[in-house]
Structures are given as C-alpha cells and as structure tokens.
Design a protein. Structure first.
Length: 74
C-alpha cells in the first residue's frame, strides 16, 4: 500500500488529548487518525445517500404488497 504524508494544524489541546488517548489505550496515532478520517468520509456519504433517498418516489405498503403478490414474489 502506498502511503502519503499529511500535514495539518490543529488546536494544541486537541493534539494533547489525542496523544493521551492513544497512549492510554495503546493506539498508534497514525492509525487512529486514518480511521477517524475514513469514518467521517463514510458518514458524509451516508448523509448524501439519505438525502437522495428522501427525494425518491414512495408508495403505500398496501400497494407494494399488491405488486409483490401480482408478480409472485410473496
């Protein structure tokens, strides 16, 4: 796996808290940060999916059941 360096500035208190948590729980800081970034990206994608789904056409449950029965699905 290729890796790249990421440089950023964060509040010193946040950095110290991160260091303390990683130290006390035996986490590698790089892995902790990478996991947090991936989780945030996934959360943002989920939110986008929800917004898209909300715009989709909906039908009543009774109509859905009727359609499934008509096509032999239930």
């Amino acid at each position: 796996m290729a890796v790249a360096q990421l440089a950023t500035k964060i509040d010193l208190r946040v950095k110290r808290l991160l260091e303390a948590i990683c130290e006390s729980r035996g986490f590698k800081m790089n892995r902790f940060i990478e996991d947090a970034i991936l989780e945030k990206i996934e959360e943002m994608e989920d939110i986008a999916d929800i917004k898209k789904i909300r715009k989709e056409r909906t039908i009543a449950l009774s109509q859905a059941l009727s359609e499934l029965k008509k096509h032999g699905k239930i």
